[in-house]
Ligand binder design. Structure first.
Ligand SMILES: Nc1ncnc2c1ncn2[C@@H]1O[C@H](COP(=O)(O)OP(=O)(O)OP(=O)(O)O)[C@@H](O)[C@H]1O
Ligand SMILES: [Mg+2]
Length: 411
C-alpha cells in the first residue's frame, strides 16, 4: 500500500464540514464608529470596591467575588447593593444561601434597608431569571453562584456543569440587558474558586476577598479585570455595623507606644499600588531547649531563618541559642523582600535590648552577603513614611545591614 493512500484512509473519518452561511446578526462596523457609552464605569459608592473594579461597575460586566466562608462577602455586597439603591438604582439581591429574613436582619444591622433594594431567596435559575424580568434591575447580586441550579440539568447545585450553565445564563442576561452582575463564588480548601476553572474565563472581573480571622481587616484584590488594572487593593474593616472602608490603612499597623521599646521597627509595604506603613516586632529570649524556637506571624518563616543567619554571620548578632519570635502588628502580611531590613533591625534591637530611633523607617532587601539591595517603589515608600512623620529612612548611602544597624541603634 502506498503511503499516500494510507494517510488518506487515516483521515477518512474526518470530514470537512462546510459552515452554513448565515445572515450576520449584526454587521461588522469600523472600530472608529463604535460607541463607548455603554462601557463606562459608574461608581458603586463604596470607594474601596470601586478602586479594585477600576472605577466602578461597567454596564453588562460580570464580576465574580470569591472568598473564604464568613470573611464578609455577603456583608460587603449588601453594602454595595444598598449604596446603589440609595443612588436611585433598582437592585436585585438574590440569596441562595440565606432566607430573605436573614438578609433583612443583616441589613438592619448595617443600615442597608433602602427602598429600591429587592431581596429574593431563590435557588432555581429559571426563578432567578423570572425575578430579573419582573424587577428589571440596574444591578444584580447573586449570592452565591454555587447555590443556584438549572432544573433541567442533572446534578446538584454547585456541580461544575451546573455552575457553568448558571454562570453562562447570567452572563448572557447581563450582556443582553447591559446589566452589571456580581456573583459570589465559594472557594475550596486550597483557596481557589470552587467549580470549573472556566468560570474565571467567562466573567469579566475576578476579585478575591481575603482577611485574617483574628483581625477585622479585609482586603479585596482583583485577579482579573477586563476594565482596569489588577494591582489595586481595596481595604475594609469588619465592624458590628457592617463593613467600613479604610481609605488610609497605614495607622492600623502601628503600635506607637509612648516611650520607645526595643524589638520593633517600622517599614513601608506595597499593597497593590499603595504604600502601607507597617510595624515588625521581635522578641528574643534565651532558649531552654537544644533546638531554639522560631515562631513567626505575618512574615515568612524561611525568610526569617535566612535573616537570622545573615545577622549572625555578617553583623555579629548572636541568635544561635535564642528563641526568636517575630510578628507584625494588626495582622498585616509582609511577604516582599523589602521587609527584610525591618525584620533584621527589629531582631537586632531585641537582641541588644536597644530601641530603634522612633522616627526611623526601614525598607530594603538583604542579600546573603549582608548587602542591602534597592527595593521597588522606593520613592512611593519614602513619601508614605514622611507623610506619617518618619523623617529618617535607611537611604541609599547605607550599603550593608551592618551599617544600617549602626545607624538604627546608635542614635
Ligand atoms: N451580629 C453581628 N455583629 C457583628 N458582626 C457580625 C454579626 N453577624 C455576623 N458578623 C460578622 O460577619 C461575618 C460574616 O459575614 P458574611 O455573612 O458577610 O460572610 P460571608 O463571606 O458571606 O460568609 P458565607 O461564606 O458563609 O456566606 C462573621 O464572620 C462576623 O464576623
Ligand atoms: Mg454569605
Amino acid at each position: 500500500m502506498q503511503e499516500g493512500s494510507a494517510s488518506t484512509k487515516g483521515l477518512g473519518s474526518v470530514r470537512a464540514i462546510k459552515p452554513t452561511r448565515l445572515v450576520a446578526s449584526s454587521s461588522a462596523r469600523p472600530i472608529s464608529e463604535i460607541s463607548t457609552e455603554n462601557v463606562t464605569a459608574w461608581p458603586t459608592g463604596v470607594g474601596e470596591f470601586d478602586r479594585v473594579l477600576g472605577g466602578g461597575l461597567v454596564p453588562g460586566a460580570v464580576v465574580l467575588l470569591s472568598g473564604e466562608p464568613g470573611v464578609g462577602k455577603s456583608t460587603l455586597l449588601l453594602e454595595v447593593a444598598a449604596n446603589a439603591a440609595k443612588r436611585g438604582l433598582r437592585v436585585l439581591y438574590v440569596s441562595g444561601e440565606e432566607s430573605v429574613g436573614q438578609v433583612r436582619l443583616r441589613a438592619e444591622r448595617t443600615g442597608a434597608v433602602v427602598d429600591g433594594l429587592y431581596l429574593a431567596a431563590e435557588t432555581d435559575l429559571a426563578n432567578v431569571l423570572g425575578q430579573i424580568d419582573s424587577i428589571n434591575p440596574n444591578l444584580l447580586v447573586v449570592d452565591s453562584v454555587q447555590t443556584i441550579a438549572h432544573g433541567d440539568l442533572d446534578g446538584a447545585a454547585g456541580m461544575p456543569a451546573q455552575i457553568r450553565e448558571v454562570a453562562s445564563n447570567l452572563i448572557r442576561v447581563a450582556k443582553e440587558r447591559d446589566l452589571p452582575v456580581i456573583l459570589v463564588g465559594h472557594v475550596t480548601k486550597d483557596g481557589s474558586i470552587a467549580g470549573p476553572r472556566v468560570l474565571e474565563h467567562l466573567v469579566d472581573v475576578v476579585c478575591h476577598f481575603e482577611g485574617d480571622r483574628q483581625t477585622a481587616l479585609r482586603f479585596v484584590r482583583s485577579l482579573k479585570n477586563r476594565y482596569g488594572p489588577t494591582d489595586e487593593v481595596g481595604c475594609f474593616e469588619m465592624t458590628g455595623e457592617g463593613i467600613a472602608e479604610v481609605a488610609d490603612p497605614s495607622g492600623l499597623f502601628l503600635s506607637r507606644p509612648d516611650s520607645p521599646v526595643s524589638g520593633t521597627c517600622v517599614t513601608v509595604a506595597i499593597e497593590g499600588r499603595r504604600a502601607l506603613i507597617a510595624e515588625v516586632q521581635a522578641l528574643v529570649v534565651k532558649s531552654s531547649t537544644p533546638q531554639p524556637r522560631r515562631v513567626v506571624n505575618g512574615v515568612d518563616a524561611s525568610r526569617v531563618a535566612m535573616l537570622l543567619a545573615v545577622l549572625e554571620r555578617r553583623a555579629g548578632i548572636r541568635v544561635g541559642e535564642m528563641d526568636v519570635y517575630v510578628s507584625t502588628v494588626g495582622g498585616v502580611r509582609l511577604t516582599e523582600p523589602a521587609a527584610d531590613l525591618a525584620i533584621a533591625l527589629a531582631i537586632a534591637s531585641a537582641v541588644q535590648d536597644k530601641p530603634i530611633a522612633h522616627n526611623l523607617c526601614a525598607f530594603g532587601e538583604i542579600s546573603l552577603t549582608g548587602d542591602l539591595r534597592k527595593v521597588t517603589n522606593g520613592k512611593l515608600r519614602a513619601n508614605e513614611a514622611s507623610r506619617l512623620g518618619f523623617v529618617r529612612s535607611v537611604d541609599s548611602e547605607i550599603k550593608t545591614v551592618k551599617a544600617a544597624l549602626a545607624l538604627a541603634l546608635n542614635w
